[in-house]
Design a protein. Structure first.
Length: 541
């Protein structure tokens, strides 16, 4: 009887320990920054993963919007505010909405670029965006871009070497210029009267300078851009551009698919002919191979219905509603507001699960839920199950930017989700700060691949892809040059092996058209792979 009782206690303890997939641990690991005062914000809160000092422990940058932004250095799973130490206090006063990391000069140290609200809606900080050059992992040099681009309302950035010259370029989405309301004949507000800034393209000239070239390449869209990503949609070896526009219903400007016509210096607008031109409230975009078919798919977030697009060679086909991950309604017929939709393998069994950061934003239309909790979907053999209520991530603050990486080196992937401060938060007694969701799921075997470009391939390897093959499964992944809303997750590509001890085969597709093939790589390691063909295990110190 005693043994039976002890067994029952052990069983209950074990079950309760793992019944919740994630545990919120921000306070325990040093992330104690709470937005001060009574101010609030409506946009921004992007996050960016960066290994500032090349110590193998990935750090991250928190875009604070109207509040201070923070650089958090990872000290073996505990974070320290290193904003002043790295000379980033010079950004005080910038209204930073997002940031993107890139080694713009290929010197082996990760630099980054901020996007900020300068003059949008007659407000903003009146500054142009800024490039932060990493000085040997010890500090950042602030390089102002005033002579290249004027202040705007920059909302996000995407990076990639779209012209295959070996240097990473930057695309900037430029948001609302002026905002008004539309009234019906009785004076009731029925919609938005919006004008928008044109987007910008910063062409990298050999790591020495940037030239604004959006109009030259045909991608100076002016539809209130809120998110974009460089990705090889048509599998022809160069990076195309997907762009999400907000307020599409009111501006008449839908989302855009710009096909790269490399080696010509031009992109073709195929938005209408391919069905990508949804006129919606485009919020965030993620690039994944959720169905393990060796092709990339795109999860698009919105106010209301989200989309999961497969490109079949001529058109985009939506599969979100069939898979029940469209997240159209928060409850009843009240629409939800989604920002970042991120797929990743929670338990490394080979299936990709889905995290959606959600959060209310003050709107005239459509009617949206104020209490709009984050969502989490389990993947069970290709069928998705909503387990948000038991996941541990279903917080009701206004979550926008989100990132995925293994911050504590315990062999699983964790979530950090950032919030904007809204007026109702203090009255609801809610602590408005970013949240760290530590993965508590027992994980299986895995490998990670970190790509390094050399000899004409950009150091970050943006545009490079890895095809993982195990038994009858194949999954393709691309290095993250932007994901979700105004954010960028780890550049390490992970693959779950389930119970296998080795992976059968990986094929690296480099941006110069060459490939590297490796077989029987042992589980539990991150492998650094250079375009020269060199491969080595990285220590998990």
């Amino acid at each position: 009887m005693i043994k039976l009782t002890l067994f029952f206690i052990f069983f209950c303890f074990t079950f309760s320990s793992f019944s919740q997939l994630f545990e919120e641990v921000s306070a325990e690991i040093g992330l104690d920054y709470v937005y001060p005062g009574n101010g609030f914000q409506m946009a921004g809160a992007g996050l960016m993963v960066i290994d500032v000092n090349n110590d193998g422990w990935e750090d991250f940058f928190q875009s604070g919007g109207v509040f201070d932004s923070k650089l958090w250095i990872n000290n073996h799973g505990v974070f320290e505010d290193a904003t002043e130490e790295y000379a980033l206090d010079g950004l005080s006063g910038y209204f930073i909405q997002g940031a993107i990391s890139l080694d713009f000069n290929n010197d082996g140290f990760q630099d980054f670029f901020i996007v900020n609200s300068g003059t949008g809606m007659a407000m903003g900080d009146k500054y142009s965006p800024v490039l932060l050059e990493n000085i040997e992992g010890k500090s950042f040099k602030i390089i102002k871009m005033d002579q290249i681009i004027a202040p705007g309302n920059f909302s996000s950035a995407a990076v990639g070497d779209f012209n295959n010259d070996g240097f990473t370029d930057i695309y900037l989405t430029n948001y609302v210029a002026t905002m008004g309301v539309l009234l019906d004949s009785t004076g009731v507000e029925i919609g938005y009267k919006t004008s928008c800034f044109e987007n910008k393209l910063l062409l990298n000239k050999n790591g020495q300078a940037f030239i604004e070239s959006a109009k030259e390449f045909g991608i100076n869209d002016g539809g209130c851009g809120l998110s974009a990503t460089f990705t090889d949609v048509d599998n022809d070896g160069d990076l195309d551009l997907l762009l999400l526009n907000d307020f599409g219903e009111w501006t008449g400007e839908g989302n855009k698919f710009f096909r790269n016509e490399y080696p010509k210096n031009h992109f073709s607008d195929l938005s209408d002919s391919t069905g990508f031109n949804h006129k919606m409230y485009g919020m965030g975009i993620g690039t994944y191979d959720y169905n393990l078919d060796g092709r990339l798919e795109y999860y698009i977030t919105n106010i209301g219905e989200n989309y999961l697009f497969n490109y079949n060679g001529s058109t985009f086909e939506d599969n979100a509603k069939n898979l029940k991950i469209d997240a159209t309604y928060s409850y009843g017929k009240t629409k939800g507001t989604s920002w970042s939709g991120l797929f990743f393998d929670v338990e490394f069994d080979g299936d990709l699960y889905l995290f959606v950061s959600k959060g209310n934003v003050l709107t005239i239309v459509p009617k949206t839920a104020i209490s709009d909790a984050n969502l989490f979907f389990l993947n069970e053999g290709g069928e998705f199950k909503n387990v948000s209520n038991s996941s541990g991530v279903n917080d009701i603050l206004s979550h926008h930017g989100a990132i995925i990486f293994d911050y504590d080196h315990d062999g699983d992937l964790d979530i950090i989700s950032s919030v904007v401060k809204l007026p109702w938060g203090p009255f609801a007694n809610k602590e408005q700060k970013l949240k760290v969701y530590k993965n508590n799921t027992p994980t299986k075997n895995w490998i990670g691949i970190k790509l390094i470009g050399e000899s004409g391939i950009n150091k970050d390897c943006f545009g490079c892809k890895v095809l993982f093959q195990q038994d009858t499964i194949q999954m393709i992944s691309q290095v993250d040059g932007s994901s979700g809303h105004a954010s960028q997750s780890t550049r390490i590509l992970y693959f779950g092996l389930n119970n296998a001890k080795k992976i059968d085969k990986i094929t690296v597709l480099w941006t110069d058209g060459t490939t590297s093939i490796f077989s029987n790589l042992k589980n539990g390691f991150i492998y650094e792979v250079k375009s020269s063909g060199e491969i080595k295990k990285l220590k998990q110190n």
